[in-house]
Design a protein around this ligand. Structure first.
Ligand code: TYD
Ligand code: MG
Length: 454
């Protein structure tokens, strides 16, 4: 009889510890180590006998793509599902992963492909109800409610030329050779491994849905990230109606791409023009507001940055930042004070990226500085102006990537002016500014602050 081994596995990073401990030595997380019983790691059977080798030539055939025709999803996938590949779609519970994948699966099926959607979380009735709500009930799509990987494998083994398999979610799947509970790292890894291997040998695309906890520490699915070909995260703020699908890994296309969706009664609607959505509620002529011409992946995106200053009540002034980095704000405040003489230190400062999106680009510095200077002077920025540029510690305004794409997006949305870093002479080449857009190039932050006469 095979020896039953017991392992202690960190549920945050998948590291194996020799004994139980309160803290994982590998990732430093607390209380994440769980005892798991059963065979260690993925099944050891690694295909047949011998190793087949090939030269560098060949491989001219691009693996076929199955477009979902949901353009915002295809963008993240790099054109659609790839036959024989695996995609991990992660996100918080309730964010809309099941809805998105049922919509996508229905689109692929409607194009005449064979799609199997397996849910381990909902009954077939519930999925059918959702399909009716999404208006896709007429589509030929195979549904199953199961958490039994062996049964899924047996069904696929019957043949029938499967094109796409959706597993919702990988945490609910159980491999019967393992004793540990579904959702533990061992189970997730083993089930993921089996499904991915099946997809590669049979040539269908497998989509694994994974729940992610709020702090990004994925119990389980993280261990799949290196096994799959593409990783997409579905995110959004519960208080807002839009959702972002963010590509973080893609072996077949560009990463950092985002797809933008809006939640509706009838499912997710694609947002072809996200800048318009994020600026929809903006009111011009308000002090403390500036529009940032940002970039998400290869896609330009305009966002409103809002700053509010309040007189401090004594003691340590408050700094509340939503959608931006608090450390970056502290740096910017120091530069404004040291290089431009703008003293905001005693004020309570509230900074917000309207719409609930999070900006990570340093290019937002100039827009944040404009919002702060505008708030300090109680003088609005031009309502038809956008800002972008990184600010250095000496107050210099530094170049950022893709200025032209940003300007083009601003012009498209009817903006008439842009403040941006001064171009350094580097082999000449004129910036192709869209017609009708007035450019103000800046070398130093004082040029911006001086405008507000604060
Ligand atoms: P669901 O797709 O079940 O989220 P997840 O699979 O990530 O846990 O969506 C959660 C709830 O939100 C569900 O009750 C349906 C609802 N919903 C809509 O009504 N419209 C939408 O566009 C989306 C995405 C969800
Ligand atoms: Mg779900």
């Amino acid at each position: 009889m095979a020896k039953v081994s017991t392992r202690f596995v960190c549920q945050a990073c998948g590291a194996i510890a020799p004994r139980w401990a309160g803290k994982c030595e590998a990732c430093g997380a607390w209380n994440t180590i769980v005892e798991e019983a059963g065979a260690a790691g993925p099944p050891r059977r690694l295909g047949g006998a011998g190793l087949t080798v090939a030269g560098l030539d060949g491989g001219a055939t691009v693996p076929p793509r199955l477009p979902t025709t949901l353009a915002e999803l295809d963008r993240g996938l790099g054109g659609g599902f790839v036959a024989g590949s695996a995609v991990l779609v992660g996100g918080d519970p309730g964010i809309g992963k099941s809805t998105l994948l049922l919509q996508a699966a229905a689109r692929v099926a409607a194009a005449g492909r064979t799609v199997l959607y397996v849910s381990g979380e909902e009954s077939v009735d519930q999925i059918q109800l959702r399909a009716r709500r999404l208006g896709v009930q007429g589509v030929q799509l195979a549904l199953a409610a199961s958490t039994d990987l062996a049964a899924i494998k047996a069904h696929i083994g019957k043949g029938g030329g499967l094109d796409v398999l959706v597993i919702d979610s990988i945490q609910t799947m159980a491999v019967d050779t393992l004793d540990s509970a579904p959702g533990t790292v061992g189970q997730v890894r083993a089930a993921g491994f089996e499904l991915i291997r099946l997809a590669k040998t049979r040539g269908f695309a497998v989509v694994l849905v994974g729940h992610v906890t709020k702090d990004g520490a994925v119990a389980g699915p993280r261990v799949l990230e290196h096994m799959v070909d593409a990783v997409l995260y579905f995110e959004g703020d519960r208080g807002h109606q839009f959702r972002i699908l963010r590509g973080v890994k893609n072996r077949f296309g560009a990463t950092d791409e985002i797809g933008v969706f809006e939640m509706t009664e009838r499912g997710l609607a694609e947002v072809a023009n996200p800048s318009a959505l994020f600026l929809a509620e903006r009111r011009g002529h308000v002090a403390g507001s500036a529009v940032f011409a940002g970039l998400e992946g290869s896609r330009p995106l305009l966002l409103e940055v809002q700053a509010l200053l309040a007189t401090g009540q004594g003691g340590t002034p408050r700094r509340a930042v939503v959608g931006w980095d608090a450390g970056r704000l502290a740096m910017l405040l120091a530069v404004l004070e040291a290089r431009c003489g703008l003293r905001l230190g005693a004020h309570d400062i509230y900074l917000n990226v309207a719409g609930g999106l999070r900006i990570t680009e340093p290019a937002a510095d100039l827009a944040v500085a404009a919002a702060l200077a505008s708030a300090a002077a109680n003088q609005p920025t031009r309502p038809d102006e956008v800002f972008f540029g990184e600010i250095g510690l000496s107050g210099e305004i530094r170049q950022v990537a893709q200025a032209e794409a940003r300007l083009k997006e601003a012009a498209k949305l009817g903006f008439a002016a842009a403040s941006l870093p001064r171009r350094v002479a580097r082999g000449g080449g004129k910036l192709a500014a869209p017609e009708g857009l007035m450019l103000t190039e800046m070398g130093h932050l004082t040029e911006l602050v001086g405008r507000f006469g604060a």
